[in-house]
Design a protein around this ligand. Structure first.
Ligand code: SF4
Length: 166
């Protein structure tokens, strides 16, 4: 039997997941997130980083990369995915060291992927601007949580997905 690698959750996990899932359908939040994604797309188009479609950035342990998201971002992605990874899916992704949405080397939720997936490029030359861009947008998402009275949490991707799978 495979080891259970499901992340530990706080006692108020259900309550938090419910608040984030509701927020993901709020048109104001949807518009704000989409505007941020457009900003990322514009900056990426201007910077033209090299992307080798290897899926390395989604195989976290192998590549030594960590993806962090806020509660709203995780919920918005799941809204778009139209499915929520099960407890077994999340546990298996942690055990493999990758993302539950990685499908044959490609992203299964491309249009709905979090900001961290949009700003990260492994070409080394992108380190400076991608970090600055990510920090700027995470601050904006934090402000979005505050503005709408939604509890803020910022955590590792699979740990945040676990809130919804539980
Ligand atoms: S959401 Fe998509 S791009 Fe982001 S880590 Fe998962 S598979 Fe990769």
């Amino acid at each position: 039997m495979s080891e259970d690698r499901f992340p530990a959750l706080p006692p108020d996990a259900d309550e938090l997941a419910s608040a984030w899932a509701g927020a993901a359908w709020d048109p104001r939040i949807d518009a704000a997130l989409r505007a941020m994604h457009d900003e990322v797309a514009a900056e990426v188009a201007a910077r033209r980083p090299t992307c080798l479609p290897s899926g390395r950035c989604c195989r976290f342990e192998e590549y030594g990369h960590r993806l962090y998201v806020t509660g709203i971002e995780a919920a918005w992605c799941l809204r778009g995915a139209g499915r929520t990874p099960t407890r077994a899916d999340v546990s298996a992704a942690v055990a493999r060291g990758d993302c539950p949405f990685l499908e044959q080397g490609l992203c299964g939720v491309h249009a709905w992927r979090p900001i961290g997936c949009r700003t990260f490029y492994c070409d080394g030359a992108s380190d400076g601007w991608q970090q600055a861009l990510t920090e700027r947008l995470v601050a904006r998402i934090r402000a979005l949580h505050d503005e709408h009275g939604i509890p803020y949490r910022y955590g590792e991707w699979r740990a945040m997905l676990a809130y919804f799978a539980a």
